[in-house]
Design a protein around this ligand. Structure first.
Ligand code: JB2
Length: 203
C-alpha cells in the first residue's frame, strides 16, 4: 500500500526516504500550509491539507518534528493506518518493539527488549540500548545515546547528540538540550542542558 505523509517540511524528506528505502511508495504529501500546495518534495507532490490526507484511502505517517503538533494530529487517527516506518539501515532487535506511526531513521540501533511508543521519531544514528522504554510522541534526535534501561515519558525531546546514562528516568514533557550528558533523573516538564545536565528551566 501507499503511504500518505502529513507534513511537507524538512522532516518529511527523511520520512519519504526511509519509506522508500525498503521499496515503499509515497502517495503524496499533505500540509495545512496552503502555500506549499502543488510543490514537489523529493518527487512527492503536496496534494492537499491534513484533512485531505486523513480522508484518503492510504496508510498515513505524521512527518512533523514538533512533538505537540504530532500528538494533536494523532488524536484524529486510528493506529492501524499508521505503520512503523523504519529505514532499511536501522538495526532493530527482534525482541524490541515500536508503536504505531513511529519513524526509525537511517543508522539507528535499537537493542534487545527496548520499547518505543506511538508516533515517536528516533532520528538518524541514535542508539537505543537494551530495555529502554520510550513513551508516545517523543523525539530522540540524531546521534542521541540512551543507555540500558533508560526510561522516558511521553512528549520528550532529547536533543541532538545528547547522552543519557543507563537507568536514568526522564519525566514526560521534558527537554534535554543538544549535547547534554544526563547523569541524574529529570522531572516532568524540566528543561536541562550541559555536562553534567542541569535544569535551565524548572519543571
Ligand atoms: O499541526 C500541523 C502542523 N504543524 C506544522 N498540521 C499540519 N498538517 N501540518 C503542520 N505543520 C507543517 O509541518 C508545517 O506547515 C510545515 O510545512 C511542516 C513543518 O516543516 P518544518 O520544515 O518547519 O519542520 P519539520 O517538522 O519538517 O522538521 C523539524 O523537525 C525535524 C525532526 C526540523 O526542526 C528539522 O530540522 C528536524 N530534523
Amino acid at each position: 500500500m501507499k503511504l500518505a505523509i502529513i507534513g511537507a517540511g524538512g522532516h518529511a524528506k527523511v520520512a519519504i526516504e526511509a519509506w522508500r528505502s525498503s521499496g515503499g511508495n509515497v502517495a503524496g504529501l499533505y500540509d495545512d500550509n496552503a502555500e506549499l500546495r502543488g510543490r514537489s518534495v523529493l518527487g512527492a507532490r503536496v496534494s492537499g491539507s491534513s484533512v485531505d490526507g486523513f480522508a484518503s484511502e492510504h496508510l498515513l505517517h505524521l512527518a512533523i518534528g514538533d512533538n505537540r503538533a504530532r500528538a494533536g494530529l494523532a488524536e484524529r487517527l486510528e493506529d492501524d493506518r499508521c505503520p512503523v516506518v523504519a529505514h532499511e539501515t536501522a538495526w532493530i532487535s527482534p525482541t524490541a518493539a515500536a508503536g504505531a506511526g513511529s519513524l526509525i531513521c537511517a543508522g539507528v540501533v535499537v537493542q534487545a527488549e527496548a520499547r518505543i511508543g506511538r508516533h515517536c521519531i528516533v532520528n538518524s544514528m541514535a542508539l537505543v540500548e537494551h530495555d529502554v522504554a520510550i513513551g508516545d510522541f517523543c523525539h530522540i534526535a540524531p546521534g542521541v545515546r540512551l543507555g540500558g534501561a533508560v526510561s522516558i515519558g511521553s512528549g520528550v525531546l532529547v536533543g541532538i547528540g545528547a547522552a543519557v546514562l543507563p537507568g536514568i528516568r526522564i519525566g514526560s514533557g521534558a527537554v534535554v538540550g543538544g549535547g547534554a550528558v544526563v547523569i541524574r533523573d529529570i522531572a516532568a516538564g524540566a528543561v536541562v542542558a550541559g555536562n553534567p545536565a542541569r535544569p535551565i528551566r524548572p519543571s
